[in-house]
Design a protein around this ligand. Structure first.
Ligand code: MBD
Ligand code: FE
Length: 279
């Protein structure tokens, strides 16, 4: 069939058969995606067995709860960020901490504290490195925002996240820190390891066929939000990781790789480097 014939066919199937209330946006998107799919089947001469295999793949991905992981690995989530950056630029919003993807592993409802939180449960203290981080939430003029919410989440030494990894206690490595009067937040945790897609999972199966790995560099996720402000979704990457600029989810960005200072004696940290002592 020609592309014009396909457009006509999809219109016959979807638009002309409508009798009840139409949601115009859903109809528009359905018609577009369906005609693009039919055209791909035509152009690539996809065989019925291949089409059914594709549908089976999507079903399997859903049943194994890997749709979000797939969206990350195919660059779909990164693409939405690129579009969001472009939309911001069009209305003159530039600067500040860059956004990057949320990923599929955030869980809401973490314990909340003001100024400081310890994220880890101590179970990996012997093997892992202790990590301290502090930062300041600022408005577009550089003024600190008190009472902002900083939600932080990251993986353990195995690269696993609490809730998805049932061996960890609930909300391990996941906290909400409310900024203090000066807009500061601080936390203590353990240095995370990089993430790898489940090796026997549906996402890794596709990535393998594409000749791609499913690894992410070690990273820490953040949401920053405050009344009257847009919410920022971002991450930092740990410098030196072999996958720092080879992230299967394309989330690494200039400006999101802070300097990591390694110290053997935390007590010896220069107090000038800390806006306030960690507790
Ligand atoms: C992660 O930890 C992650 O952040 C993303 C984007 C995808 C898979 C696992
Ligand atoms: Fe992650």
């Amino acid at each position: 069939m020609t592309h014009n014939e396909i457009d006509q066919l999809v219109k016959n199937f979807i638009v002309d058969t409508a009798t009840g209330d139409v949601n115009p946006r859903i109809q528009q998107v359905t018609v577009r995606l369906l005609s693009d799919l039919f055209k791909a089947i035509e152009d690539l001469d996809l065989q019925p067995s291949e089409v059914w295999k594709g549908l089976e793949y999507i079903a399997d991905s859903g049943m194994s709860h890997e749709i979000g992981l797939l969206a990350a690995g195919l660059g779909l989530e990164r693409f939405l960020d690129i579009r969001a950056d472009e939309a911001d630029a069009r209305i003159g919003i530039t600067g500040g901490t860059p956004r990057t993807i949320e990923g599929p592993l955030y869980v809401a409802g973490a314990p909340e504290s003001v100024g400081f939180a310890r994220l880890d449960d101590g179970s990996e203290s012997d093997e892992g490195e202790v990590l301290f981080m502090q930062g300041k939430v600022l408005d577009e003029d550089g003024a600190p925002i008190a009472g902002a919410k900083v939600e932080v989440w990251h993986a353990n030494l195995m690269g696993n996240y609490s809730f998805f990894d049932k061996t960890q206690p609930a909300f391990n490595l996941l906290r909400t820190i409310v900024t203090d009067a000066e807009g500061n937040y601080q936390f203590r945790s353990i240095m995370p390891s990089g993430y790898g897609c489940p090796p026997d999972g549906t996402t890794q199966a596709l990535l393998g066929q594409l000749g791609r790995h499913g690894r992410r560099p070690a990273h820490i996720h953040f949401f920053a939000s405050a009344d009257g402000f847009r919410k920022l979704t971002t991450q930092i990457n740990i410098d030196g990781d072999e996958y720092l600029w080879d992230d299967f989810a394309f989330a690494s960005r200039e400006g999101l790789v802070p300097e990591v200072k390694k110290v053997s004696d935390p007590q010896a940290l220069d107090s000038r480097e800390l806006s306030k002592p960690f507790s």
